[in-house]
Design a protein around this ligand. Structure first.
Ligand code: ADP
Ligand code: MG
Length: 327
């Protein structure tokens, strides 16, 4: 089973940033309001995520590390409407199979916390009592220590950490209500307080995307045909030579979708006659039944039932906003 998990790990966790993404999504699924992410050596040495979510009961700890033991799907029917971020029950066993993992948790009704930890197979180890506040900490040390080929593919500490920071930025732009702290080698890199109101949202946008983007972008909020598009788009003055400030969320989930990116690019090119890469942070809300998110293990791709309609909405709304702005 370890081998199966290691193979699955190749799909789910190809680098520290992917581990961070999976663990943070689990914390969000557990209702966390504050999430701390501690990274050492770009994540190769340590990834530690602490949350104040609902925790895992002592008798469920080992189960959480078992393949396909998701607590998030009760029936096949649920698969059709996935409200939570994770639902495959693959992340923890995959991460466990390629790292030294330690899991500590204390649900609100527990007298104290329990922990499980060790390398490789840990399902034969009984949980031990531990000291921990309400919530969960998952510690991932020495990622890929037992899969040297994969470890060799890790890039420099700086590059891996940049990816981690991207992952935290992405989730930070989707959950303004949750606080995030990101540390690298004990230095605080991002400290995102839960955002209250428009001021708070702008403050967070500034922390993640920079002053320049905030001063050279416009807020949008357009609803049509049962779809809503909101967020911020960069003005033509905010010239980008790289396509690095492009965030698209569909129903709160960050997606990398060529169709959506193309619609935005086309709208910018059409109005601005610009060859620069557009910059945007946009949120598309659609009927959950009209979108399929279960396309890829990393869940960054979506499939729309009516892709043309979504494309047209996006193109139309952005086009209109940009036209209004044109001098
Ligand atoms: P999935 O998220 O797809 O259910 P995972 O392997 O990521 O699968 O997690 C397995 C299970 O462990 C989850 O379904 C959940 O019950 C539990 N779990 C993981 N992380 C947390 C957390 N931070 N807080 C509470 N429960 C958690
Ligand atoms: Mg998960």
């Amino acid at each position: 089973d370890t081998l199966v998990n290691q193979i699955a790990a190749g799909e789910v966790v190809e680098r520290p940033a992917a581990v961070v993404k999976e663990l943070v999504e689990n914390s969000l699924d557990a209702g966390a309001r504050a999430i701390e992410i501690e990274i050492e050596q770009g994540g190769a040495a340590l990834i530690r995520i602490r949350d104040d979510g609902r925790g895992i009961a002592a008798d469920q700890l080992a189960l959480a590390l078992t393949r396909h033991a998701t607590s998030k799907i009760g029936s096949f029917d649920d698969l059709e409407r996935v409200a939570t971020l994770g639902f495959r029950g693959e992340a923890l066993p995959s991460i466990l199979s390629v790292s030294r993992l330690r899991l500590l948790s204390r649900p609100p009704d527990a007298e104290h916390a329990w922990e499980l930890g060790g390398a490789g197979q840990i399902d034969d180890i009984a949980p031990r009592p531990a000291a921990h506040p309400f919530g969960t900490t998952i510690e991932v040390r020495d990622l890929f220590f037992n899969t040297p080929a994969r470890r060799k593919f890790l890039k420099s500490e700086a590059t891996e950490f940049r990816q981690v920071q991207q992952a935290v930025s992405r989730v930070g732009l989707s959950r303004f209500d949750v606080g995030f702290v990101l540390r690298h080698n004990r230095r605080v890199i991002l400290d995102l307080a839960p955002a209250v109101g428009d001021e708070g949202r702008l403050a967070r946008l500034r922390q993640i995307c920079g002053d320049e983007f905030v001063s050279q972008s416009t807020a949008i909020d357009e609803s049509r045909l049962g779809m809503r598009l909101s967020g911020w788009i960069g003005l033509p003055s905010f010239a980008r030579n790289q396509a690095d400030l492009q965030y698209v969320y569909v129903n709160g989930r960050l997606v990398r979708d060529r169709l959506l990116a193309f619609a935005l690019k086309r709208a910018f090119a059409d109005v601005m006659h610009s060859t620069h890469h557009p910059a945007y942070v946009v949120y598309l809300e659609v009927d959950p039944a009209s979108v399929d998110v279960n396309v890829h293990p990393q869940k960054t791709e979506v499939r729309f039932r009516d892709a043309t309609r979504v494309h047209d909405l996006l193109f139309g709304a952005v086009h209109q906003v940009l036209r209004r702005l044109r001098p």
